[in-house]
Ligand binder design. Structure first.
Ligand SMILES: [Zn+2]
Ligand SMILES: [Zn+2]
Length: 149
């Protein structure tokens, strides 16, 4: 089925498939935590309900506190260090899959930019799409969405 897209970490210990027709939205996050954990200018994350992600392997999670007070858990392969996905402790039914881990991410469409205030000049946000200076505050909308699952 072409809606099923696969991805994995660098070494292959962790792999997953997602149903791309079930994606909620996709974002670039320029927050400093994402810059540090990716070693790059931003993280590109796909919001999708956990039930549409088939994960094999056990990521190691590191928790940090987000600006809105939520606890973000970023999952990495403990063997090769690739960042695969994250979620918040407060809303564990929604996963944020790192787009770069997909085998083929050519189809990914970005909906908006988060935390543009901490974006770097060397990795400027694409201002042709919606920009949020900080936290987009979409977690509360997602909570409502989750209740409808
Ligand atoms: Zn790995
Ligand atoms: Zn971020």
């Amino acid at each position: 089925m072409e809606d099923i897209q696969e991805g994995r970490c660098q070494c292959g210990d962790i792999s997953y498939s997602i149903n791309k027709s079930k994606i909620i939205s996709t974002h670039h996050c320029h927050c400093k935590d994402c810059q540090r954990t990716t070693g790059s200018g931003k993280a590109t994350i796909i919001f999708i309900a956990k039930k549409y992600v088939d994960l094999s392997g056990e990521p190691k999670y590191f928790e940090s506190k987000g600006s809105s007070g939520s606890h973000v858990r970023r999952g990495f392969c403990s063997n090769c260090g690739s960042g695969i996905l994250s979620y918040t402790k407060e809303l564990p039914h929604i996963l944020f899959v790192k787009a770069g881990t997909l085998d083929d991410s050519s189809w990914v469409k970005i909906d908006s930019n988060f935390f543009t205030k901490s974006a770097n000049d060397w990795n400027k946000p694409d201002d042709s799409i919606k920009c949020f200076e900080g936290n987009p505050g979409i977690m509360s909308n997602l909570k409502t969405l989750v209740k409808s699952f």
